[in-house]
Ligand binder design. Sequence first.
Ligand code: ZDR
Length: 355
Amino acid sequence: MTRPFRKYQGLGNDFILMDGRRGDLPDYGGEPARALCDRRFGIGADGLILALPPQQGGDVRMQILNADGSEAEMCGNGIRCFARFLADLDGSEVGMHWRVETPAGLIIPKLLDGDQVTVDMGEPILEPEGVPSTIPAGNPLADAELVVAGERVKVAAVGMGNPHAVVEVSDLESIDFDRLGPALEQHPAFPARTNVHFVVVEAADRLRVKVWERGAGPTLACGTGACATLVATHLRGSCGRNATVELPGGPLKISWDATNHLQMAGPAVLVFSGSIPDQQSGNTAQENQALAGNDKNTVIDCATACTEGCQRPDACPSAQARAQALAFLDQVSLDQMVNLANNSVEERTRRRIGF
Ligand code: ZDR
């Protein structure tokens, strides 16, 4: 068996996307995601994003797995790709929006013309515990000088559901990016690790950023990071509330609106589609079901998931179907059943021979 996937990119931040809205995807967390994202032995991507059944009244749930197999709470470029992916699958038109459940809360992407998608990214998190970071709370920005790989660096901590460290520099070329990036990603001041952004403020409405992503290393763009960078530089007084954030992969438009929400606009583009052999996937449906704690909203295919015993004895979909059939049989006489069967045979025969 194979499973279909599509690959999308937003400013060169690239993702494998898979549709599991019917609840039929295995768990790809950890090694399976890492293997699929591998650029030599796999499809190659900065992350794997799954569309899953909603659990909290949204339209759909998004799971984001980094290239190292770890799970992220949010992904700005990824959610634009996610919207384009759903639109391509479902034939959605410009103006369509989705209420997407993420571990960072409900995020709403909306289709614009061409390849553009706009996203209400929600409110920034400034309290260090929420980022999470041990940098002491500020007023309101938490920033402090940290020793990173032997250098003293002024770092601001901002959350967009996922953690970000923002470092203002005067020149992106002269920083020791390959040393400072991973050292800051793993710095003890960020207990859940962090995405790292080095920023030059070129004008009050233009920032230039270099990104070291948690779980993926250097990437060409970061949507949540562009928002966090605007928040940090604005609160330091060096930038306005609206800016073009120039990333290695291209520009994102970010604005911090009067309702304290960050709005992001940028492209999302289909690269190619394909299918993978099923053995590259993670847990079986059975293992998944056990992990999901027998969530009653999950669709179960009893024929494949329950071969070694019922996976959901307290609400078995197969038993429910049998009970419905028995109730139906109770209400219908033998003659009615024979007529029903004859009619349906007749109907199918007519259809086959084109009457
Ligand atoms: C940077 C990112 N791709 C985006 O566009 O927001 C987010 C991906 C997730 C990130 N690597 C993390 O928080 O672990």
